[in-house]
Design a protein around this ligand. Structure first.
Ligand code: NAD
Length: 243
C-alpha cells in the first residue's frame, strides 16, 4: 500500500492536468449513506425505481417528496470529511502549480463546496435545491408541512433539483466532465461503483485518451483492473496521504 500511495503521489505531482470524479463513497464518512453499500445503503430499505424516477413522482409525489425531505435532513446535518478537504487542498495545490484541475461529482450533497472546493461540476444536481416538476422553475424557499408544496409561478408540484433515473444530465456539466476526462493526464476516481451511466464511463474515457487512472475505494469495481493504481481504503483515510 505504501508503494501504491507513493506511486499515486508521483503521478499527481507530475501531472499537467488533473480530473477528479467522486461518488457517494466520499460522503459515507460524513454519515450520508451510499446507495449500494449492503449494510447501510438506501437501496436496502427502498426500491430506487419506486422513488427516484419522474414516473414514481407522478404516481406518488408525497412518498417521493418525503423520502427526499428525509435525505435532505441527513445532508443538512452532515459536515465535509478529510476526503472532501483533501480534494479542496488538491485543487489549491494544482492552481498553485498552474496545473489544470476539474472536480466532477455524482453527489448531490454539496459537501465539496462546503469543504472549500471552488468549482464543482455537479453531474446529478443538488438536493439542497428545489424546482417545479413541469417547467423546472427554480424555487428558493418553500413552506414546510405535510403537503407537497407547489410552484409559486405555475402551480406545478415541487421536486428536488436532482437527476432521476431516466432523465438527461445537465448538458453543460456533462460536456465539461467529458472534456476533462479526454484531456487530463491523471484521473482520480473516488468512492464510486462505476455502474451508473454516463458518469461510469468517464474514467474509461480518460484511460482511452491515455491518462493514468488512480482509484480510491474499499471495494473492487469494474474500473479496478484497468486502473494504474488502485488504493483499497476509505476516502477519508487515503486522500489526505495523496495531497
Ligand atoms: P454507489 O452507492 O453506487 O457506490 C458507492 C461506492 O463507494 C462503492 O463502490 C463503495 O465501495 C464505495 N465506498 C463506500 N464507502 C467508501 C468510503 N468511505 N470511501 C471511499 N469509497 C467508499 O454510488 P455512486 O457510484 O456515486 O452512484 C450512485 C448514485 O447515487 C449517484 O447517482 C449519486 O447521485 C447518488 N447518491 C449520492 C449521494 C450523495 O450525494 N452523498 C448519496 C447516495 C447516492
Amino acid at each position: 500500500m505504501t508503494d501504491d500511495v507513493a506511486r499515486a503521489r508521483e503521478l499527481i505531482d507530475h501531472a499537467t492536468s488533473v480530473a477528479v470524479l467522486t461518488g457517494a463513497g466520499i460522503s459515507a464518512e460524513s454519515g450520508i449513506p451510499t446507495f449500494r453499500d449492503a449494510l447501510t445503503g438506501l437501496w436496502e430499505r427502498f426500491r430506487p425505481e419506486e422513488l427516484a424516477t419522474p414516473e414514481a413522482f407522478e404516481a406518488n409525489p408525497k412518498l417521493v417528496w418525503d423520502w427526499y425531505a428525509w435525505r435532505r435532513a441527513i445532508v443538512a446535518k452532515a459536515l465535509p470529511n478529510a476526503g472532501h478537504r483533501a480534494i479542496a487542498g488538491l485543487e489549491r495545490q494544482c492552481h498553485g502549480r498552474d496545473v489544470d484541475f476539474t472536480l466532477i461529482t455524482q453527489n448531490v450533497d454539496g459537501l465539496h463546496l462546503a469543504a472549500g472546493s471552488h468549482r464543482v461540476v455537479e453531474l446529478h444536481g443538488n438536493i439542497r435545491r428545489v424546482k417545479c416538476f413541469h417547467r423546472h422553475h427554480p424555487v428558493e424557499s418553500w413552506p414546510e408541512g405535510d403537503e407537497v408544496p407547489t410552484c409559486p409561478r405555475c402551480g406545478s408540484l415541487l421536486r428536488p433539483d436532482v437527476v432521476w433515473f431516466g432523465e438527461a444530465l445537465p448538458p453543460e456539466a456533462l460536456a465539461a466532465a467529458v472534456a476533462a476526462a479526454r484531456t487530463c493526464d491523471v484521473f482520480l476516481c473516488v468512492g464510486t461503483s462505476t455502474v451508473v451511466e454516463p458518469a461510469a464511463s468517464l474514467p474509461f474515457t480518460a484511460l482511452d485518451a491515455g491518462a493514468r487512472v488512480i482509484e480510491v475505494n474499499p471495494q473492487p469495481t469494474p474500473l479496478t483492473s484497468g486502473a494504474s493504481v488502485s488504493l483499497r481504503g476509505t476516502a477519508g483515510a487515503i486522500l489526505p496521504l495523496l495531497v
